[in-house]
Design a protein around this ligand. Sequence first.
Ligand SMILES: [Zn+2]
Ligand SMILES: [Zn+2]
Length: 346
Amino acid sequence: MKALRKIGKGPGNVKVVEVPAPEPQADQVRLNVAYAGICGTDLHIYHGKFDKVRPPVTLGHELSGIVESVGPGVTNWQPGERVTVESEAHVCGRCAHCRNGQTNLCNERLALGYGVDGGFAEAIVVRQSALHRLPEEVSLEEGALCEPLSVAVHAVNERSRLQDGDWALVTGPGPIGLLVMQVARAAGGHVIVTGTSHDADRLQRAEKLGASAAVQVDKENLRERVAHLTGGKGVVAAFECSGVTAAMNDCLDCVQSGGEIIQVGLYGSRVPVSVDQFAMREITLKGAFVHTHETWKKAITLMAGNAVNLKEMISGRYSMAHWKEAFRLSESAQGIKYLLYPRELE
Ligand SMILES: [Zn+2]
Ligand SMILES: [Zn+2]
């Protein structure tokens, strides 16, 4: 079968190669991949900027598919079922975090697409406990967005204290930022999304998807705008989804005293931040990293209830042969999420 793989360390070294189709072992299921979303991590791996990658490995960790066959001991899943799959491929199962259900914090955690072969392939073998059935009303395209949606659900519903009627700030209108905005909306929040004039297209989409305001920080005074919208109070929670230092400082400027900042984006370096504000205004900084099994169940419920609009998030679908174009578009600020389909669809 064909797979899009990282074949060596360093920049580049990504290509479509022929590999043997994997066979499901005990408690495993083989899927025919329907769609797999391109994520920032895939782009970092492509450019040689993601240390944890273990080449040779098939990229892609956001996918939907159809059960093709099952290994020994699998009775819960039948060929033909439409599914999405948790990106978490391996954890130790013994540490305190694993026993608590916080497998996202396990030191041994390995995910699809860098530690274990991922979804940019015609087929993939996964543990049966990682599978989730797609509700009838959810398409396979939308199903491929369950992973980034789960990231947003974890940040909003499991890490922040955001409640119905609260104001929130989301910095960075990329796929994660727009999903965080939508999940915060679904929780009853009023959301202000920020970007730069470079993100004009994405900010417009943010408003279409339910943001109360979308602000270009290089053109408008964000602090004044937030003060105006929130009656001078500032936001209760700020979700930093850009991985840009200026955005972290925007969060500090806009969050109210006693409020919280949820760090979702990654910086890949040390950043200068006005730390005194955490002390003097008792602001809480919390991290949010990926998701757990429970998070996925909540994400599926949101999808089934039409509480989030995933269709509007999908900007294009490309066959795996055209992965370079799809990667290029994913890096541009045009559109939001691009999907690859590894096999020709009927
Ligand atoms: Zn991702
Ligand atoms: Zn563990």
